[in-house]
Design a binder for this molecule. Sequence first.
Ligand code: ADP
Ligand code: MG
Length: 698
Amino acid sequence: MRPEILFPLFAALEALPKVGPARAKLLAKLGLNSVVDLLWHRPVGLSEHRPRDSIADAVPGESAALRVTVEDHRAPDSPRHPWRVRVRDASGFLHLIFFHAKGDYIAKLLPLGEERVIAGKIEAFGVEKQMAHPDFVGGLESFTRATEPQPIYPMTAGITPKVLAALVEAALSRVMDLPEWADPPLVKARGWPVWADAVRALHHPQSEADLAPDNPARQRLAYDEILANQMALLLLREHHKRLTGRALAAAAQNGGILRAALRAALPFSLTNSQEQALAEIDADLASDKRMLRLLQGDVGSGKTVVALLTLAVAIEEGAQGALMAPTEILARQHAETIGPLADAVGLRVAILTGRDKGKPREALLARLAAGEIDLLIGTHAVFQEDVVFQDLAVAVIDEQHRFGVHQRLALASKGRGVDVLVMTATPIPRSLALTAYGDLDVSRLLEKPPGRKPIDTRALPLERLEEVVYAVGRAIQSNARVYWVCPLVEESELVDLAATTERAAALEQVFGPGIVGLVHGRLKAAEKDAAIGAFARGDLKILVATTVIEVGINVPEATIMVIEHAERYGLAQLHQLRGRVGRGGERSTCLLLYQAPLGEVARARLKILRESEDGFRIAEEDLRLRGSGEVLGTKQSGLPGFKLCDPIQQEELLLTARTDALNLLGKDPDLVSERGKAMRILLYLFERDAAARFLRAG
Ligand code: ADP
Ligand code: MG
């Protein structure tokens, strides 16, 4: 439960003066729902009003503070027009402009004939000067105050800067002293203020330097946030590890007979990376703690075979395994890859997807419950309640970011002490991996299977489409296979779908019937499979597709990838798409067709892609171009949204926080020491309640 000391910060915004339901709704648009949210609402700038002696001195474009006399009020002719208030001094006059204002408000704020201090941005209006919605209006005594730097906050329509500033002050008045959770020597060494002072300083910047990330108050708060994140992840991990797992003895013997047989049936030997990952996995499987491991490997790095050899250990022990894929196509592809190997060693494999219904499904479930299926490959359909294993021991989740954390847990609950391996091809940088997957142990496939030739990547404007079609024609004469990807953006799904269908028809016109296939998200699963199957067999030479082929499709014979409107894709997505070729021994080409003129970011993306095939480098660049939040869909990945910290830019803080959290947990695993108790408060302050609940009361 949230500690009482924090209650004032977790009151709803309605608890603050002048906030009713309507205003609360507007504030919610800014992500502000409770008092604490206001504390984290960081100023993004500083408005400084330059003191000016006269209206004549004030220059359009600058922010200025002036002493003036109110001369005239002019009401608007219609509600769409503004109030205009003329103010003057010895040097001249200017107009103050107020949209949607009430007359009595104007009369009270700027009484006729009175002297006032005004501050705000000076604009030119023809030869006149004006100031729309002054930032400040006050009596003559307030001139100094008007020139003090004021924080600028991210805003939304309907809330004025003044109102927001007042709310932040109200929130700050609730800030209390909290016990220190950070490591005292660290705080001292970095010259950080205590938490309460840091929050106050955050909202009272005195200069631009105070807005920079290396400002001590900002550093401290960023650290607090990341510390809460790391502590929460470590607690989750500890919790998971405390759950009883089961020791799979075969893992200690190189995976046992079944794995040896599978290895013998493989047409290749494993890379060092794959061996290394398997060794790490075996150590987990052999222990009586549960495995919770992430296998990270770029597209084509060979994760599937690692998954299979992992699952083999469960089966060797007489238990069952499950392999989960995010889409029907991928599940079928896994089944096809694994099928021949399974047959060779007498493994009983079945596939379960949303397409299985009625009697056949019942029969399959009966066999699963009776233990007559060793390995179940499936999609989300496996999570259904009536899918019961006889004895599930190991589960592998492919493309794990397409699944939620709760689904990972749901799968684990279908067996006893289930060991879980999750796999991702999204090559996220280490810092992001720590914040997103800090509760997982990580193995990485850094090396690709041998014999891969580099992919020749080129960018061409769409005007050169005809040349591309010609080149594709020549390539398929020498038996090449070609992916042709058309973009599918959600907002214009139908339009793009039409474009995809049209492209397929146009190519068919050129190359004749029976050569061009088409897959997109609107097709029935069986139709998709049929097209991909025909392409994989080589019956079809060109597969026109939307990004449904982005994830994991493996046709090693495909050597050409054409991407239309490449400028519309993110870098990571382009990399994934390109990863569909270059999977066999042949040289591959990727043609990025773009609509000119290219924007700066799009140009940068295409350049990086031409220069590099290294998924990790591409991910780093992607982050740089996009900012951390977007790399993985935040919701899908469970990537925590940071408000005060940027784990990419502030990796050093992240690593320090992780070490700090590990040290404290090492000494005080239940967080019952003085500092441990303070740490509990920190967890609740940053709303890591779920993790804090795993702690015993203390
Ligand atoms: P991904 O990591 O993208 O899921 P896959 O598991 O689909 O990659 O593997 C890509 C291709 O590489 C497959 O055709 C697979 O058979 C092949 N492969 C995997 N491991 C090796 C290896 N050690 N040597 C040669 N080829 C391999
Ligand atoms: Mg894969």
